[in-house]
Write a protein that binds this ligand. Structure first.
Ligand SMILES: [Zn+2]
Length: 256
């Protein structure tokens, strides 16, 4: 069964109409899934699904401190289980749990997790036209108990405007995505490349500069190719978490 249909079926079967993350424990109990947290030797691992004889075990790495990330990892492993992915053991890495996962079963588990935690039916009406800013991201993250990264990437899927998101750590791009309206029109900095020295993201990272809205920025700071050839007015809105070196950058584009 397709991941989205399966997630929707589970939401219906368990009569989940509010915060899906709060129902995970009940679902694990229903399927007699043993849940535990474990210290992994490898920091790269987020969680596992293990089928051992008559038991099913889901483990999450104790190093994950963020409640939203723990919920996403649990939902991802639940996805492997409910989608009947074959295999005795799934050990899922950080890369497997993001949108740039390449393995088909990991992509399916992520699609399931996103639809389960942030069901289209509940969030699309809000996200289609909500302000594309940090207040909306925070309210979705808090309201549905997901991480800000999961919230902002879900927002990109439904928003009607021309927006892109770039996450970076210590000045290097780690995630990126764009709203449907932008796909095919521009190329952004690639994952693994350094953020521009003149970007607001860089300034937020190295100083106490704090943004409270979008500001105009040179197109070259973030866009590597303009496929339409028309003039683009680019605006950036970045927020840094200096303790972790992470910066989340929102980009708004107007084609003139
Ligand atoms: Zn996985």
């Amino acid at each position: 069964m397709r991941p989205l249909v399966k997630a929707q079926q589970l939401l219906r079967d368990f009569n989940i109409t509010t915060i899906p993350a709060l129902s995970i424990t009940q679902i694990f109990a229903h399927y007699s899934i043993i849940y535990d947290e474990m210290e992994y030797d490898d920091l790269n691992y987020m969680g596992s699904l293990i089928r051992a004889e008559d038991k099913v075990i889901i483990l999450v790495n104790t190093d994950i401190k963020n409640a939203g990330r723990i919920n996403f990892t649990k939902a991802h492993e639940l996805g492997h289980f409910t989608l009947n992915h074959r295999g005795q053991k799934f050990e899922c890495s950080r890369a497997d749990l993001f949108d740039f996962a390449r393995k088909p079963l990991e992509i399916e588990a992520n699609q399931f997790a996103k639809e389960f935690l942030l069901p289209e039916q509940m969030v699309k009406p809000i996200l289609m036209s909500a302000p594309f800013d940090f207040d909306t991201i925070q309210s979705i993250a808090n309201g549905f108990m997901v991480s800000k990264i999961v919230a902002v990437f879900r927002m990109l899927e439904f928003h009607m405007g021309n927006y892109a998101v770039i996450a970076s750590k210590n000045g290097v791009v780690t995630h990126l995505g764009m709203s449907k309206g932008l796909i095919g029109k521009v190329n952004l900095l690639k994952i693994g490349s350094s953020i521009d020295n003149k970007s607001f993201a860089r300034e937020c990272l190295i100083s106490n500069f704090r943004m409270n809205g979008y500001s105009s920025i040179d197109v070259k700071a973030w866009i590597t190719k303009n496929k339409l050839g028309s003039t683009i007015a680019l605006k950036e809105y970045s927020r840094a978490d200096k303790s972790s070196g992470s910066v989340l950058t929102l980009l708004k584009m107007d084609f003139l």
